[in-house]
Design a protein around this ligand. Structure first.
Ligand code: HEM
Length: 347
């Protein structure tokens, strides 16, 4: 296990090596599909053991591979006069011997870049763990929904873009200044080594909040860009909505009814009466089943509304019966939530 100072040193080294930075971004974090890879999947290379996506227009890859072929084709078709025999010999003798060492060199860089990507994640995680205690986890997790939950598929607006930091005075964000301040401290520590966006910071912090409280381990991708302005207002669902309206609201953000129910399971932490406020488990669903029409002391109106809807109730029952299924579905829906509407660093 490497110490944090070692991680910081290796990240600082990375900052001084532009080529490593160039390679760094397209590499995949284990077990997650980065949107970067989706964008560049047509140019992905399978030459390396690691999934490595070449940028679409890399002079070093396109020209390097194209020249010898162009030269050989030209020679075979008698067009070597165009290139010139000397040109052909020069191209072959200069580029071919470089092919092997170059691929080895790329592999070494790729390995280093993976290490560096992991280091960056570890650094962000470490700083978050210093400030997010079990007691503060609920507020931090709520911050994720209030940043990402503004996403509107049709309008292509809002989403996981760090804009919540400009929206803290909105009535629906009451109480979120405290988790913001906690994360601000961690972010400033990370920024001294490797600048991180608010969107990445909040995404990782929510995942760690879940894990700190005993929920599933969630790993998210890094590389989100921050918005420089607040998102449009009125995009988060109100707690007074009925199940139909909640389902519609989540649909506009690209989420199914099942994902709405799984994500609402986040209310298992916090002080709305679903078991221990600091334990992330499936008590939320168990209590919704046990007391579907209980008084207003347990849960929000929106939580109780879910239990009155047939399809939601089927998912509530499933998650109440099997915590592992809830954890697995929550994990997937969480990763989707923190990727919604996100803009990513380009290659
Ligand atoms: C389904 C629609 C949702 C509605 C209407 C809703 C609304 C609310 C409201 C009104 C509160 C109480 C805030 C307070 O104590 O003042 C709350 C708390 C909370 N929400 Fe949601 N929420 C929803 C979905 C989500 C989602 C998707 C997540 C995260 C994935 C989330 C995470 C939380 C957490 C962790 C708390 C507890 C915060 C604390 O105790 O500090 N919520 N929510």
């Amino acid at each position: 296990m490497r110490s944090l100072s070692n991680i910081k040193i290796s990240l600082l080294q990375k900052r001084t090596n532009p080529f490593l930075n160039y390679l760094h971004r397209p590499l995949q974090m284990a077990s997650t599909i980065s949107p970067v890879s989706l964008i560049s999947s047509t140019t992905s290379s399978s030459t390396f053991p690691l999934k490595f996506n070449f940028p679409a227009k890399s002079p070093s890859t396109v020209n390097f591979r194209a020249n010898p072929l162009t030269a050989a084709n030209a020679a075979a078709s008698g067009k070597d006069r165009v290139l010139g025999r000397r040109g052909l010999v020069f191209t072959l003798t200069t580029t071919l011997p470089l092919l092997l060492p170059f691929s080895e060199c790329i592999e070494a860089f790729a390995a280093k870049a993976v290490e560096s990507d992991i280091s960056e994640y570890e650094l962000v995680k470490e700083e978050i763990r210093k400030v997010v205690t079990k007691g503060k986890a609920a507020g931090v997790l709520r911050l994720v929904f209030h940043d990402a939950g503004t996403f509107q598929v049709d309008e292509n607006s809002g989403g996981m873009n760090g804009s919540v930091i400009y929206e803290l005075d909105r009535p629906e964000n009451k109480g979120l200044k405290s988790p913001f301040k906690i994360l601000e401290k961690a972010k400033s520590e990370v920024d001294t080594v490797q600048p991180v966006s608010w969107a990445d910071m909040i995404s990782v912090a929510g995942a760690e909040a879940v894990s700190i409280c005993g929920g599933p381990t969630i790993q998210v991708s890094l590389g989100r860009l921050d918005s420089k302005e607040p998102d449009p207002e009125g995009k988060l669902p109100a707690e007074s909505l009925d199940a139909f309206a909640l389902r519609q609201s989540f649909q506009t953000k690209g989420f199914s009814t099942q994902e709405l129910v799984a994500l609402s399971g986040a209310h298992t932490i916090g002080n709305k009466g679903f078991g221990s406020p600091t334990v992330f488990d499936n008590t939320y669903f168990k209590i919704l089943l046990e007391k579907p029409s209980s008084g207003s002391m347990i849960g929000l109106p929106s939580d109780r509304a879910l239990a009155k809807d047939g399809e939601c109730l089927r998912w509530i029952t499933k998650y109440a019966e099997d915590q592992d299924v809830f954890f697995e579905d929550f994990k997937k829906a969480y990763v989707k939530l923190v990727n919604s509407g996100a803009r990513w660093k380009s290659l």
